[in-house]
Design a protein around this ligand. Structure first.
Ligand code: LLP
Length: 422
């Protein structure tokens, strides 16, 4: 029985599997907490985007902040993806994973000059510029290197993505992008700077978006600008529509990538822009439902009004519940005989905010394992070492095969770079 929204996670009999492997076996082999990902699930998610874009000049730039493990990057690079990066560190990861800098777009509001130089030297496809100050800085860095930086302006279309305020980015009050009414003037400036070459326009309005309308509204606003900018004699060969498509955590019903992208392309064509190269920057929708976090129950404890299920994963391993009050499904890896109870699932970190799920019906006893679903995106990539906890191990599964793709971090590694006073 597969779980709704998670075609690669299923109970076979009483045991929960990822692809063809029991999660308990993976946990016994690699320990807990453990992030496990299905390569097939990632490639199927990608295929939806690829089908929609077939026959068109395009580049899918995986937003690697969602999950930047080298094996994940390698998987997407081998399938022809480029990458959306937001730091020099992410660029180094792309190169280490065998990715091609010429298929990289560099986003982010605070690129340093050192990062600009690094990306220019590597030969990234495009800088998504988010402010006038950044434009001037990039021009200086490029001129200093005798290079021309390819740029796109990230415009803020001022539409409501109807998602959590912390992950909404396309409203006027957000720090992201160049205001719609400034964009033409900034394009004029960009076109006049010797170190820059304008190659496109982009927008990204938020994350975990579950409806098509905000995308189509933003697209219309961006196409209005495209027409104004080109009327001013500045060509915009590519259109980067960002990422942000949501996934199912509980009962969300986001459009399928293929349908959403199809609808956007139809709008682009209807407005006579069909010849433009299309870039997309999906993150969560490529990896989110491909991953689970497996953790072991340490203790069950009754605290008056509440029952607590204390597990060996914590907020440092999976920050989303603590940070956004995100709801992520939690299921037992084995359907056992323990009585069903309502628990708050919490970790060992010394914070009341350290919880993975609240009020969950679970039939577990100490020693059992549970899996947090949809943990492939913004799970490991946001993990920290708070409480001097080494980060979890990661495995990639494909059918009945599993490969360790990141060692569990040992405590001594955590203070390796620290120094005692003389
Ligand atoms: N492009 C840009 C410029 C972005 O800022 C982001 C995500 C993406 C693409 C990819 O968006 P996605 O397809 O993954 O929604 N930590 C939060 C999500 C933060 C998203 C930040 N930007 C969470 O766990 O929900």
């Amino acid at each position: 029985m597969t779980l709704p929204g998670h075609p690669h996670v299923a109970y076979h009999g009483d045991t929960l599997h990822l692809d063809d492997l029991p999660l308990d076996d993976l946990a016994a082999r690699f320990g807990t907490p453990l992030y496990a990902y299905s390569r097939r699930a990632m490639l199927e998610a990608l295929a939806g985007y690829q089908r929609a874009l077939a026959g068109r000049e395009h580049l899918i730039c995986y937003a690697m902040k969602a999950n930047s493990n080298l094996a994940v990057l390698q998987t997407f690079a081998r399938s022809g993806c480029g990458f959306d990066i937001v730091s020099g560190g992410e660029l180094q990861r792309v190169l280490a994973a065998g990715g091609d800098a010429a298929r990289v777009v560099f986003s982010g509001v605070g690129k340093t000059r050192a990062e600009m130089a690094q990306a220019l030297q590597a030969g990234v496809a495009c800088f998504n510029v988010e402010s006038e100050g950044e434009l001037e800085a990039l021009n200086e860095v490029a001129c200093g290197h005798g290079a021309r930086a390819r740029v796109s302006l990230r415009v803020n279309p001022d539409v409501d993505a109807k998602t959590h305020p912390y992950i909404s980015t396309g409203l006027k009050g957000n720090k992201f992008g160049i205001a719609h009414d400034r964009a033409l003037a900034v394009y004029r400036r960009a076109a006049g700077l010797p170190g820059l070459e304008v190659v496109g326009i982009d927008c990204h309005i938020g994350s975990q978006i579950t409806q098509a309308e905000p995308y189509l509204d933003a697209l219309d606003r961006v196409l209005d600008l495209v027409e104004a900018v080109e009327a001013a004699g500045i060509a915009l060969p590519h259109l980067d529509l960002g990422g942000g498509l949501g996934i199912r955590y509980t009962d969300e019903q986001p459009p399928a990538a293929e349908a959403l992208v199809g609808a956007m392309l139809a709008r682009i064509d209807a407005r006579g822009h069909g010849r433009r190269k299309i870039l997309l920057e999906p993150g969560r929708s490529l990896v989110g439902n491909a991953g689970v976090l497996v953790t072991q129950v340490q203790y069950l404890k009754s605290g008056g009004d509440k029952n607590f299920c204390i597990v060996d994963a914590a907020m440092n391993d999976l920050m989303r519940p603590a940070m956004y009050e995100a709801w992520m499904d939690i299921v037992a890896t084995r359907r056992g005989t323990a009585p069903v109870q309502t628990y708050d699932v919490v970790g060992p970190v010394c914070e009341s905010g350290d919880w993975l799920g609240r009020e969950r019906r679970l039939a577990v006893q100490p020693g059992d394992r549970i899996a947090v679903l949809s943990a492939g995106a913004y799970g490991m990539s946001m993990a920290s070492n708070y409480n001097t906890r080494g980060r979890a191990a990661e495995v990639m599964v494909d059918g009945a095969e599993a490969w360790l793709i990141r060692d569990r971090e040992a405590p001594a590694e955590l203070f390796r770079g620290e120094h005692l006073l003389p």
